[in-house]
Design a binder for this molecule. Structure first.
Ligand code: PMP
Length: 421
C-alpha cells in the first residue's frame, strides 16, 4: 500500500468548487472579501488551527464563537466520546437535556424554560413564531447590520455574510415575508406600536462589534412594555461569552425571549430559545405553537454543551476578560504606533479591529470602513500565521485556550501588517 495522496488547500478548493456552491458550506468561509482562497483545515489544537499542508495558525475565528474552551478541549472530547459510545441519537428524552436546560435557566436571567434546537437560525425562526402567536401580531422590527441566521424575513440589511458579499436582501424571500419586517438603524427606538417583536443582538457582532449606545437596550425594553411587543435578544454570539448570563446580565436588561447558540453546543450543532414560562408554555406539546426537531437536544451536542458550560466558572470569565483586554489594548497600541487609520471595539470575549478613524455606531458607518485596507491586513496576517475572520463585518473570538504568547504573536504580526499598508 502506498501512502495516501494528500491534497493541498488549492487542490481541495478546485475540487470543492465543482461540488459545493462557492466551494464551501457557509459563505464567509470562502474568503472572497479578502481576495484569498480558503484554507482547508486538518485539525485544531487549543487556540491553533493546522491546515492540510501542516501550516499552523493562531485562530481568532474559533468556529465563529462556539469554541470558547478552544479546539478539542479534553473535557469536551471526553464528554462527546462517552456520549457517542452510549448512542448518538434516540428521538426520546435524556437526562443530559434536563441538566443542560437547568444550566441555562440558572445562568440566563430571562430563561425560565428552554427549548433546544440545532442551529441559531432555527432558534430565531422558532422564537419569532412564538412571539407572533403570543401577541397575535405579524410585524417584527430588526436592526440594520444585525444577523439572526438565514431566516427568510430577517435577511434584509443583514450583517455577517450578506454584508461581506454586499447582498442587501436575498432573492427567494417572498414580498410578504419581507413586508412583515421593519428594518431600523441601530440605536433607533421603533415608532410602530403594533409589533409582535423587537429582535436585536444586544451586542451586535455581525457588522463588526457595535455595542449599544447608553440606555438604548433599556429604551427598547420600555417601548416593548408600553406597546405589548416582545423583546427578543439574540445572544447566539454574546450568550455565555460576555458574562455567564450573556449581555442581558451584563446590561441589566431582561428580554422576554432569548435566542442562544454557539457556546451552548460547545462546537456541536445545538442552539435554543428560552424565556418567560407563560410564553414558553405555548410551545408544543405544552401548547399549540408547533416546533419540533429530529436531532433537537442531540446527546452529543448536549454533552459538548454541558462540558463547555462546566468549564465556564468565575475564573474563566476573568481570564477571558483579561485576555480580551490584552489583545484589544495591544491592537490600540499597534494602531497608534503605526499611524494606521483603524480603531478597536471590544466587550469581554469579542474584539473588532475597524478600518475607520472611530468605532462605527451603526451599519452605515461600519460599511464605510476601508474594506481594501481590511482585506490587505487580513491577507498579511494569514501569511504571518494569524487566522482572522476574513470580513470586516465580524468579530474576533478570544477563547480560554489563547495565551499571552498567542496575543504577542498576533500583535507582532499586526504591527508589520499595519506598517506595510
Ligand atoms: N444569530 C446570531 C447573532 C449569529 O451570529 C448567528 C450565526 N453567526 C445566528 C444567529 C445563526 O446561527 P446559525 O449559524 O447556527 O444558524
Amino acid at each position: 500500500m502506498g501512502s495516501p495522496v494528500r491534497l493541498t488547500s488549492a487542490e481541495l478548493y478546485e475540487r470543492a468548487l465543482e461540488l459545493l456552491p462557492g466551494g464551501v458550506n457557509s459563505p464567509v468561509r470562502a474568503m472572497r472579501a479578502i481576495g484569498r482562497d480558503p484554507i482547508f483545515v486538518a485539525r485544531g489544537e487549543g487556540a491553533e488551527l493546522i491546515d492540510v499542508e501542516g501550516n499552523g495558525y493562531v485562530d481568532w475565528v474559533m468556529s465563529w464563537g462556539p469554541l470558547i474552551a478552544g479546539h478539542a478541549h479534553p473535557d469536551v472530547v471526553a464528554a462527546v466520546t462517552a456520549a457517542a459510545a452510549a448512542g448518538t441519537s434516540f428521538g426520546a428524552p435524556t437526562e443530559a437535556e434536563v441538566q443542560l436546560a437547568a444550566e441555562v435557566v440558572e445562568r440566563v436571567p430571562s430563561a425560565e424554560m428552554v427549548r433546544m434546537v440545532s442551529s441559531g437560525t432555527e432558534a430565531t425562526m422558532s422564537a419569532l413564531r412564538l412571539a407572533r402567536a403570543a401577541t397575535g401580531r405579524d410585524r417584527i422590527a430588526k436592526f440594520a447590520g444585525a444577523y439572526h441566521g438565514h431566516v427568510d424575513g430577517l435577511l434584509a440589511d443583514a450583517g455577517s455574510g450578506l454584508a461581506t458579499q454586499g447582498i442587501p436582501a436575498s432573492p427567494g424571500v417572498t414580498a410578504a415575508q419581507a413586508a412583515d419586517t421593519a428594518v431600523l438603524r441601530w440605536g433607533t427606538v421603533p415608532e410602530e406600536r403594533e409589533l409582535a417583536a423587537i429582535v436585536c443582538e444586544p451586542y451586535p457582532a455581525n457588522m463588526g462589534l457595535v455595542p449599544p449606545p447608553d440606555g438604548f437596550l433599556e429604551a427598547l425594553r420600555a417601548h416593548a412594555d408600553e406597546t405589548g411587543a416582545l423583546l427578543v435578544f439574540d445572544e447566539v454570539i454574546s450568550g455565555f461569552r460576555v458574562a455567564p448570563g450573556g449581555a442581558q446580565e451584563r446590561e441589566g436588561v431582561t428580554p422576554d425571549l432569548s435566542i442562544l447558540g454557539k457556546v451552548i453546543g460547545g462546537g456541536l450543532p445545538a442552539a435554543a430559545y428560552a424565556g418567560r414560562r407563560d410564553l414558553m408554555e405555548r410551545v408544543a406539546p405544552a401548547g399549540d405553537v408547533y416546533q419540533a426537531g429530529t436531532l433537537s437536544g442531540n446527546p452529543l451536542a448536549t454533552a459538548a454543551g454541558l462540558a463547555t458550560l462546566g468549564l465556564l466558572d468565575a475564573g474563566a470569565y476573568e481570564r477571558l476578560e483579561a485576555l480580551t483586554a490584552l489583545l484589544a489594548d495591544g491592537l490600540e497600541r499597534v494602531v497608534a504606533d503605526t499611524g494606521a487609520s483603524a480603531c478597536v471595539s471590544r466587550v469581554p470575549g469579542l474584539v473588532t479591529l475597524f478600518f475607520a478613524p472611530a468605532p462605527p455606531t451603526d451599519y452605515e458607518a461600519a460599511r464605510a470602513c476601508d474594506l481594501e485596507a481590511h482585506a490587505a491586513f487580513c491577507r498579511a496576517m494569514l501569511d504571518a500565521g494569524i487566522y482572522l475572520p476574513p470580513s470586516q463585518f465580524e468579530a474576533w473570538f478570544p477563547s480560554l485556550a489563547h495565551t499571552e504568547a498567542h496575543v504577542e504573536r498576533t500583535l507582532a504580526a499586526a504591527r508589520e501588517a499595519l506598517a506595510a499598508l
